[in-house]
Design a protein. Structure first.
Length: 450
């Protein structure tokens, strides 16, 4: 289950990632609290989140192309320095008794830009920290680290804001970037699994886009990830609506559900880490199970039953993210890795932008229970459709192979790695995989903001 920890470099990465993720969530909570205290508007808080997330959608293709062409280690180090500097600027603004949100929004946007450019580079760098054999395990452990860091970070922020003030929390996050910088500098160069860079003759963004659009299994996987990430996730919206409405549980009930969800994410990460392989078949099965769980959540009679349903649903959400990250990276050419990671990040950003308002509108117009049931029906249909399409892709490939006289060549077992659908121009077979996002998800656990 913890085989990635055999690697000296991954041990450094995992520890620094935990520190970074914790600091990131401390700052997120403190920044949201600061904006809310200035504006007394939840909409204003949402605007800050949008400004931070938008750059990933707009700059993803360019960031992915650069990550595939340039050395990623300097990019990652530079990003840590910039993010730490932005955290220090936030501390100065907060200490100056800020009365407007202009500076806070500007830093949120700047942080999003840095994160957009560093995300694909972090993905490639994470793949170099562990080899392809341990990538899926590292991604799964990254999910556990991400969940644990989120819980710890939000808990510490709640305790430290009254003691140190908002500026003190920002300074603490700035210091967390030093852990990542130190870990990278202490890594053993000889134990890195360096990925080949894109050829100078490649047309960066265009070639990356062409690869994604011409790889049917990847398109189907990303489409399913979008549906599951928008309507099949975002329980911060539906859990709040259910607590305040049908369950009549109030803030205490919402807190209990949040804890149950957090426990589920950790269990999901540990399950994924314990598996030797993470095929697309697992993605499809878990997507159906999570969708059915969402349907059951919509008809749950009380708080306890709803919380019990949330645990496997949350676990499934982490498994889905880990499988998508693993397959997208391991089954894509090394020289296109950054662009595939960027495309996956754009899918996640789009789902995060569409899901909350869509679910919120459904809860307001149809009621939380109906919203959960309807969303569950849609995601179930999407998972079944994805299964049908991927099976057709496999059968078509098998028929084409036989027609071409290659019947003796085994076709990959259904869905563990439908890489054969990738264009022949893809060059190197996948060997290193994502970037130990988890070492972030992505996910994952790659320090996205740290």
């Amino acid at each position: 289950m913890f085989r990635s920890l055999r690697h000296h470099n991954y041990k450094l990465w995992a520890v620094s990632d935990m520190v970074s993720i914790t600091g990131t969530w401390m700052q997120a909570l403190a920044l949201n609290w600061l904006i809310l205290s200035i504006t007394h508007s939840a909409t204003s808080v949402g605007l800050g989140l949008v400004l931070n997330a938008a750059p990933a959608l707009l700059l993803g293709p360019l960031a992915g192309a650069l990550a595939d062409r340039l050395p990623v280690r300097p990019i990652v180090l530079t990003a840590q320095v910039l993010q730490g500097s932005l955290a220090v600027l936030l501390a100065f603004i907060a200490a100056g008794d800020a009365q407007s949100t202009g500076g806070l929004y500007a830093i949120s946007l700047a942080s999003g830009v840095v994160g957009a450019f560093s995300g694909p580079a972090l993905g490639r760098f994470g793949a170099e920290v562990v080899g392809p054999d341990d990538l899926s395990n590292a991604l799964a452990l990254g999910s556990v680290i991400n969940s644990a860091g989120r819980i710890l970070g939000m808990s510490l922020a709640g305790a430290l804001i009254p003691l140190l003030g908002v500026p003190g929390v920002f300074v603490a996050n700035a210091a967390s970037f030093l852990a990542v910088i130190a870990a990278i500098l202490l890594m053993r160069r000889g134990e890195m699994h360096v990925l080949p860079a894109a050829a100078a003759s490649e047309r960066g963004i265009a070639d990356g886009l062409r690869y994604v659009l011409r790889t049917p299994w990847l398109l189907v996987t990303f489409a399913l990830a979008f549906v599951m990430g928008s309507l099949g996730r975002n329980y911060q919206v539906t859990m709040a609506a259910m607590s305040d409405g049908p369950l009549d549980a109030g803030a205490g009930g919402y807190g209990m559900l949040s804890v149950a969800f957090a426990i589920g994410t950790i269990l999901g990460g540990l399950y994924a880490a314990a598996r030797a392989r993470l095929p697309l078949g697992l993605l499809l099965a878990v997507s159906v199970a999570v969708s059915v769980g969402q349907l059951l959540a919509g008809v749950s009679p009380g708080l306890v039953v709803f919380a019990l349903v949330m645990v496997p649903v949350a676990a499934g959400a982490v498994i889905i993210d880990t499988v998508v990250s693993t397959r997208a990276q391991l089954d894509s050419p090394d020289h296109l890795r950054g662009r595939v990671i960027a495309a996956q990040g754009m899918v996640g950003a789009a789902a995060g932008a569409v899901g909350p308002p869509a679910l919120g509108a459904l809860c307001d117009t149809l009621g939380p229970r109906t919203a959960l049931v309807l969303a569950g029906v849609i995601t179930t249909a999407a998972a079944l459709l994805a299964t049908y399409v991927l099976v057709r892709i496999k059968r078509t490939r098998a028929a084409e192979a036989m027609a071409a006289g290659f019947s003796s060549t085994p076709v990959p077992a259904l869905l563990p790695a439908m890489t054969a659908a990738a264009p022949a121009t893809s060059a190197a077979a996948p060997s290193a995989r994502e970037a130990v996002p988890a070492l972030s998800g992505a996910t994952a656990a790659v320090p996205s903001s740290a």
